[in-house]
Design a protein around this ligand. Structure first.
Ligand SMILES: [Zn+2]
Length: 268
């Protein structure tokens, strides 16, 4: 891509809150306070975040990821460090920030391909990826706005929701969505996912919810539907199967993808 093309499309979704669209592959968000800015998720790193953020603000920037997947921390090497919930710092980070997995992700993403983005656009950044572990005591004062996080394990064991109280927005990562991935290594069981999903539903009655891919806004009704699917999966499995089988429920494009040996918490 040319220099100009590496600046990603962005739009203001609320006053001082921006959606940075990594070429239809990943939705990242930028929250501006009066003194600092926070980037939530750094995509696979095909675009230039510094240049993109630079078009919007010159405030000092912190970076926080909703979870440790390649499409959310892949761009970590463009920054000195990225905050990630501690449970997602334990495993797989090397792989998830590797050039190889980033290239594989981009190649497999039809929407990015349609935008003319490919493996060649995944480039090494200026830094070595460094993830700084956080827990639920994490708060970030942006000046006029304070950011907090809620641990919502499920899609990954260290998934978090990022709460922007002043703007009434929660950035929920990929923990509740269409075609929810619960089958990847590092995911929790559906039983463990349920409380975080229910928390998000309750919050969605008051806050606007934005997530990590496709249509950025997540509506309450849809969250409730995904929760009900999760409950139906739990009800249909008395216990975990011995052998892992990947299933999608309901059998439609946006159903939850899960493993039959990871429905319930281990040991139950
Ligand atoms: Zn993910």
């Amino acid at each position: 891509m040319t220099e100009e093309k590496t600046v990603m499309p962005y739009e203001e979704i609320s006053k001082g809150v921006y959606l940075i669209n990594e070429y239809d592959g990943v939705n990242c968000y930028l929250v501006l306070g009066s003194e600092k800015a926070l980037l939530i998720d750094c995509g696979t790193g095909t675009g230039d975040f510094k240049a993109t953020v630079g078009k919007i603000t010159d405030l000092p920037l912190s970076v926080l990821a909703t979870h440790g997947h390649v499409d959310h921390i892949g761009g970590a090497d463009q920054f000195p460090f990225v905050y990630v919930y501690r449970d997602d710092c334990k495993t797989l980070n090397r792989l998830q920030t590797s050039l190889l997995l980033r290239k594989l992700f981009v190649c497999a993403n039809g929407a990015m391909k349609a935008r003319g983005v490919g493996a060649k656009d995944v480039k090494k950044g200026a830094y070595k990826p460094k993830l700084v572990p956080i827990d639920e005591s994490f708060t970030l004062d942006l000046g006029s706005k304070t950011i907090t996080v809620k641990h919502t394990k499920g899609h990954t064991v260290g998934s978090i929701a990022v709460i922007d109280e002043e703007d009434g927005i929660i950035f929920s990562g990929d923990n509740v969505c269409d075609a929810l991935w619960m089958h990847m290594p590092g995911a929790a069981s559906l039983e463990e996912w349920l409380p975080g999903a229910q928390w998000l539903y309750e919050k969605s009655l008051k806050y606007k919810i934005y997530w990590g891919h496709r249509t950025p806004r997540l509506e309450s009704d849809y969250i409730l539907q995904v929760i009900n699917w999760g409950k139906e999966i739990l009800a249909s499995h008395g216990k975990n199967s011995f052998l892992a089988k990947t299933k999608q429920y309901p059998a439609r494009e946006d159903g939850i993808i899960y493993k039959t040996n990871k429905v319930y918490k281990k040991g139950n």
